[in-house]
Design a protein around this ligand. Structure first.
Ligand code: FAD
Length: 467
């Protein structure tokens, strides 16, 4: 008897619901485990991007860990049906398939297709909610409807018991993995895997980063989380996205840490935000393309390709915006404060459709999560649940002065500005000619002039929304 564990965005051995349940099943039925990954091109089409490169680098790393255990990750390809038909043909002893399910978007459709096929073939199917502390179908209002505002959702979220982390021993796994031959399709995964100096990959890196955050940074989190130069956040999002760590493990490590309760609370609230946005996406899938708030569905956005390009390239002339975009382009990740600033700049200062920004982030972010990304974009553009009111428009200079006071973050990502004195780092266009020469930065030549006037654009944005 074989029990398949279908790994999808959960590339780890520890605290993995489907894996621990499959292991229990094998122990009971004298079975062996098969580890499977479906390389599904519908998820990424023909273009490669940083998000995909990071993801595939994670799969590659996971395949190596499977080998250390004495098995191989079986890679299947084709449509979901073709892939699983072939798997069952090649491995006739498969009696059950275990996986951690998707409850939203294309992932859900794909899961439903595969479940139908497996049931037709009389294979047992065991899906689990594993990707969120509380899944999209766990928390409802008393009348059974969905929460649309975060604060009351969070109160309900906090009251629920939190599932404990599940531990496995390597020995257990070694005893129960089926020996199989290496999968030739793994080479396609390896071809798609990318590298980047800023990337740490895999389960071990995730656990190490969590430990170091909890020990060294958690206490200061409420303050330092907003200061991009301080690197005060946990960097867990990329690991949560690829599932190299489980949200239960992250929650547990923070909840049980010693130290300030306020800091723990501030962090846990963010984990709950992740669940909230996923819940909204699962129940309102149309929000991937449509404003949550009906009154803003017919706004007339600016469709200038040049403006969009300047934003994408980090060439707007606003140093803090450019630094954020260049971090994204270089590393496939951007600090949360910068995501808010750059998203606000695109939608409120350039008045460009938030969907274009959402899609651009989607192609770059190694932690891309449709729920959080759509939620974050709609928040910044004032068109979503719990959005900032439309008349509150982020001022890129004020934000810069407040959150990158000395300009350390700006100088790291916008090297043309590295010799600009602190006093001008947020507004280099205010330097006079001599000062520009002194700083080796002629504005309009070495670094762009601001592409728009913030005060003017702010007024335009407000009147657009008002209408
Ligand atoms: P930490 O501050 O250490 O937070 C801990 C964890 O809480 C994160 O790993 C993440 O899982 C969760 N979290 C934190 N802030 C948020 C938030 N605002 N919304 C939802 N979850 C949160 N996050 C993604 O994971 N994927 C995305 O595609 C994504 N797109 C975003 C787009 C925009 C426009 C905005 C404003 C935010 C977006 N976020 C997204 C949320 C947030 O920016 C990242 O989760 C955070 O920067 C990740 O870094 P970290 O792990 O160091 O965060």
């Amino acid at each position: 008897v074989n029990a398949v564990v279908w790994f999808r965005r959960d590339f780890r051995f520890q605290d993995h619901l489907a894996l621990s349940e499959a292991l229990a099943y094998c122990k009971k039925n004298d079975g062996k485990l098969l580890f499977v990954f479906h390389l599904n091109r519908d998820f990424f089409g023909s273009e490669t991007d940083m998000r995909l490169e990071y993801f595939m680098a994670t799969v590659k790393d996971f395949a190596e860990r499977c080998e250390e255990l004495g098995t191989h990750l079986i890679v299947i390809q084709g449509t979901p049906e073709e892939a699983f038909e072939n798997l069952l043909k090649d491995h006739s002893a498969v009696q059950a398939v275990f996986f951690n399910k998707d409850e939203a978007g294309y992932g859900k459709e794909r899961d439903d297709q595969v479940i139908r096929l497996l049931e037709k073939k009389n294979v047992e199917v065991y899906p689990f909610q594993d990707a969120y502390v509380h899944g999209p179908n766990e928390i409802f209002k008393k009348d059974g409807s969905v929460y649309k505002v975060f604060s009351p959702y969070y109160r309900a979220w906090k009251q629920l018991d939190k599932p404990p982390a599940r531990r496995l021993t390597v020995k257990d796994l070694q005893d129960y993995v089926q020996t199989v031959k290496a999968s030739s399709d793994l080479k396609d995964v390896n071809k798609l895997a990318g590298t980047n100096d800023e990337w740490e990959i895999g389960e071990k890196a995730a656990r190490k980063q969590l430990r170091s955050f909890v020990n060294d940074k958690l206490d200061a989190y409420p303050k330092s989380r907003d200061l991009p130069a301080e690197k005060g956040t946990s960097l867990m999002s990329r690991y949560l996205k690829t599932g190299t760590i489980s949200p239960r493990t992250v929650f547990g490590a923070v909840a049980q840490a010693e130290g300030s309760e306020d800091s723990k609370e501030a962090y846990i609230r963010e984990l709950a935000f992740r669940d909230f946005y996923q819940m909204i996406f699962a129940h309102f899938p149309e929000t991937s393309d449509q404003e949550f708030l009906e009154q803003y569905r017919s706004l007339e956005w600016n469709s200038s390709k040049e403006d969009f390009k300047a934003w994408k390239d980090g060439a707007t002339g606003y140093p803090i915006v450019d630094a954020g975009m260049r971090q994204l382009n270089a590393e496939g990740w951007m600090h949360n404060r910068l995501r808010m600033i750059t998203a606000s700049f695109l939608s409120k200062d350039l008045l460009i459709d938030w969907r274009m920004g959402e899609r651009f982030f989607a192609s770059k972010l190694v932690d891309y999560d449709p729920g959080s990304n759509i939620g974050g974009w709609q928040w910044a553009a004032s068109v979503g649940t719990d959005a900032v009111p439309y008349f509150r428009v982020f001022n890129p200079v004020t934000q810069s002065k407040r959150f990158d006071k000395k300009g350390d973050y700006i100088r790291k990502y916008v090297p043309e500005l590295k010799d600009v004195p602190d006093q001008y780092i947020h507004e280099p266009w205010k330097m006079n000619e001599d000062e520009q020469k002194e700083a080796s930065c002629i504005v309009g030549n070495d670094y762009p002039l601001p592409m728009i006037d913030h005060q003017e654009q702010r007024k335009k944005a407000i009147s657009l929304f008002k209408e």
